[in-house]
Design a protein. Structure first.
Length: 251
């Protein structure tokens, strides 16, 4: 069985973009860890950063538990993520501690600066995690660089509105109710998005995007991914193999 780490910037990001795929993998018996680099402490108008962080960590833990996944949070500052060496070492230590064979990370181009920084941090930390002289903490270096995949950006477009084409998609129709339940566990974020982004029904918006992504692959509901094949990352299609018959490719 594989060990999969899904790491993004904020609580609810993974649920929005990859929870269906993770639910399928969990059903198949794989070990799942969901990690956020921040606790989303800026995501409220009604509570201060410490209380907001506490609320959002609890919501994320409840969502992860729905598929038997472990939740971890680095507690880095919301709207304060940067791909610098001290932060990269913290992310590399997380990856070493989890020791995944597959890492699912944020899209490199997205509307939120933390999303883009999280993508670069996880990519570079995956590279560094197998270098013994890159000192991070008590976790041992990895034996090899893990397979790395990027989720779709929010809405499938970069911050300039350009469409981002996935390499493949995963049919999540049979687990979509679970994905919705995981997202709805983030009660505080649904309220925040309604007020900050002007999106009165965030779960419905997410479902509409999953339907658009599915339609592009002749399926009802899907999540899209890109396989990072930069040197010297693994190029074998491990995640594609793990999702089995749920794998979708354009014909």
């Amino acid at each position: 069985m594989a060990r999969i780490l899904a790491a993004h910037a904020h609580p609810d990001d993974i649920e929005t973009l990859a929870a269906g795929t993770l639910a399928l993998l969990a059903r198949a018996g794989h070990d799942i860890v969901i990690a956020t680099l921040t606790a989303g402490d800026c995501g409220s108008r009604d509570s201060g950063p410490e209380e907001t962080a506490h609320i959002r960590r609890d919501e994320a833990a409840r969502a992860a538990a729905m598929i038997g996944a472990e939740y971890r949070c680095l507690g880095l500052p919301d709207l304060g993520l940067f791909n610098d060496d001290p932060t990269r070492r913290q992310v590399a230590e997380l990856i070493r501690a989890v020791a995944p064979t597959v890492v699912i990370a944020a899209a490199p181009a997205d509307y939120h600066p933390d999303h883009e920084a999280a993508s670069a941090l996880v990519r570079d930390a995956c590279f560094a995690a197998s270098a013994p002289n890159y000192r991070t903490g008590p976790a041992p270096p990895l034996d090899a660089i893990p397979h790395l995949y990027f989720t779709d950006p929010i809405g499938g477009r970069d911050r300039d509105g350009r469409y981002v084409e996935p390499d493949f998609a995963v049919d999540v129709g049979v687990v979509f109710d679970t994905k919705l339940q995981m997202l709805r566990a983030h009660v505080s974020q649904i309220d925040w998005v309604a007020r900050q982004h002007g999106s009165p029904d965030f779960p419905a918006q997410m479902e509409a995007f999953a339907r658009r992504r599915g339609a592009a692959f002749d399926a009802e509901l899907a999540e899209g991914f890109r396989h990072y094949r930069g040197e010297p990352f693994p190029r074998t299609p491990l995640l594609q193999t793990l999702v089995g018959p749920a794998l979708l490719r354009k014909t």
